[in-house]
Write a protein that binds this ligand. Structure first.
Ligand code: ZN
Length: 149
């Protein structure tokens, strides 16, 4: 089990060191500034939707702890080419995974790098770090320019 914990930590550190899709997107049709006062994480999420409301590009920029940045990085890799509705479903599913009473199966094969974030459940104070970018994307898609965890 500790090998798995090490692997999950490695995934998070890797995304924090070499984030995917980091950088401003300008112009873009929606963006939202996410803030988590509990930890001080500030992550702005940018999304570009095409005429069919498909997310063609999702990027983020911000300062925060390793969990908030890794989660933002992982989130951007999972949202590309989803419809707006699919993106909302994924945001809700992720949020539920971290906050529901039922322990989800942290299956690396099914969830990929996302499995690493399930470990955050054991540290309730850090859950908002993990959900920040996801909720900021949801806010952006609803046309809200700011989101606070
Ligand atoms: Zn944080």
């Amino acid at each position: 089990m500790s090998d798995l914990a090490d692997l999950y930590q490695e995934i998070i550190l890797n995304h924090n060191r070499r984030p995917r899709n980091e950088g401003e997107l300008s112009p873009c049709n929606c963006r939202s500034e996410g803030y988590n006062p509990l930890c001080g994480d500030r992550i702005t999420v940018y999304a570009e939707l095409d005429d069919d409301s498909t997310l063609v590009t999702v990027r983020f920029l911000g300062e925060g702890c390793a969990i908030s940045r890794a989660s933002a990085s992982i989130m951007t890799t999972m949202m590309k080419d989803l419809s707006r509705e699919e993106a909302f479903r994924k945001i809700t599913a992720f949020s539920d995974m971290l906050t529901s009473n039922n322990e989800p199966e942290a299956d690396l094969e099914i969830l990929g790098d996302l499995a690493a974030l399930i470990g955050v459940r054991r540290f309730p104070a850090r859950i908002k770090c993990a959900t920040l970018a996801w909720h900021a994307l949801g806010a952006a898609l609803r046309g809200e320019e700011k989101h606070e965890e």
